[in-house]
Design a protein around this ligand. Structure first.
Ligand code: PLP
Length: 391
């Protein structure tokens, strides 16, 4: 019989009842070191006092009013994001998928308003993940996501990862935008080299098309900069955000330049919950921390420490791990046995890893993880790897 909850997930038999910083407490009392952060969501760890305070204060004042009215919490968070990034303007959504929807609409509207309505095609890349809506699955093109769901939405074209010639050949008169993750998350922590991102920017400029970056997973401090594209010194036209931006409260955003957003006038887009006072109050508190002077420097220092220790772990377990990859605190262990087995062994060793494509076990710890917790994480992954290896 079908369970009351639609069974679309492969859930681990774990039932967490409480979170504290980098720790998740199971119903039976076991304490798990959380290197998943709810898939890069709990950027400041679990139950961060400043987020709890922001949420409860707002909850006591006002939950929801609708975008028919002014929402000062939205204006505050948008101003924080604009001040800290390339963007001139922000639209708030509830999720990454919805950010993808708007990014696509915005890019097409941009060309439409400039007298080029034929520019509708969005170029995407093999291994990408942009969400689960009809547009987002069409953007991915992966068979497991589109098969059986009827006609795939037209206007998307997938290209191989790391093939600049194929890309150049694909850009034409109907191209509207290039959509790419600076670091692929679900695809297996694949970092787009800075040179490639620069090349994409140049190609977009040459053809008058827009560069949309999906920073839903790699943004909001995850790689050690507020947005991953900052490492390459590239200015995008549109950036999708979600996951870490709400620190665990559902929130997403589309950030854009004035030019890219110019077609989105009143009535062209909307959302009932998007930018709700609760979400924006929490998002503002997250931004207060990320924008604090030393926060990202600390993320980078800890990322260096974790990476160095992981390299040692790979050297110690040549039968289990092939390599470490990623950037900042968005890291992947490329596995030589099924990554799912490594993740499972992690559960036994009380450490949470997240499986990804390309046989990678992901590490996406809270950005607030401590040095002592990093040492403990390594000890636990070491134990997990040993449990899989013949003694
Ligand atoms: C998770 C994710 C999405 C989708 O976000 P949802 O909030 O689940 O809709 C889109 N893009 C990337 C890169 C993601 O990691």
């Amino acid at each position: 019989m079908i369970p009351p909850v639609l069974p679309t997930y492969n859930r681990a038999k774990l039932h967490f009842v409480k979170g504290e910083g980098s720790w998740l407490i199971e119903e039976d009392g076991r304490r798990f070191l959380d290197l998943g952060s709810g898939i890069a969501v709990n950027a400041l760890g679990h139950a961060h006092p400043a987020l709890v305070k922001a949420l409860t204060e707002q909850a006591n004042a006002l939950w929801h009013v609708s975008n028919l009215y002014e929402i000062p919490q939205q204006e505050k968070l948008a101003s924080q994001l604009v001040a800290a990034s390339f963007a001139d303007t922000v639209f708030f959504t509830n999720s990454g998928t919805e950010a993808c929807e708007l990014a696509v609409k915005m890019a097409r509207k941009y060309h439409y308003e400039r007298g080029q309505p034929e520019r509708i095609e969005i170029l995407t890349f093999e291994g990408c993940f942009h969400g689960r809506s009809s547009a987002a699955i069409a953007a991915s093109g992966a068979e497991k996501m589109v098969k059986g769901f009827g006609p795939v939405l037209p206007g998307f074209r997938q290209l191989p990862w790391g093939d600049p010639e194929a890309l150049k050949a694909a850009v034409g008169e109907t191209t509207a935008a290039i959509l790419i993750e600076p670091v692929q998350g679900e695809g297996g922590i694949r970092v787009l080299p800075d040179q490639c991102l620069k090349g994409l920017r140049a190609l977009c400029d040459e053809h008058g098309i827009l560069l949309i970056l999906d920073e839903v997973q790699c943004g909001m401090g995850r790689t050690g900069r507020l947005f991953a594209h900052e490492w390459a010194g590239v200015t995008p036209d549109i950036v999708m955000s979600a996951k870490g931006i709400g620190g665990g409260f559902p929130l997403g955003a589309v950030l854009a330049t004035q030019s890219a957003a110019s077609g989105m006038v009143a009535g062209t887009h909307g959302s009932t919950y998007g930018g709700n006072p609760l979400a924006c109050a929490v998002g503002s508190a997250v931004m207060d921390h990320l924008a604090a002077p030393d926060f990202l420097a600390e993320v980078n220092r800890k990322a260096g420490l974790l990476r160095q220790k992981l390299e040692g772990l790979v050297a110690d377990h040549p039968e289990t791990f092939e390599a470490v990859r990623g950037q900042g605190l968005m890291l992947g262990l490329k596995c030589l046995r099924p990554a799912a087995d490594v993740v499972k062994a992690g559960y036994e060793a009380l450490v949470i890893l997240v499986p990804a494509g390309d046989n990678v076990a992901r590490l996406l710890p809270p950005l607030t993880i401590t040095d002592a917790e990093i040492a403990e994480a390594i000890a636990r992954i070491d134990a997990a790897a040993r449990s899989l290896e013949p003694s």
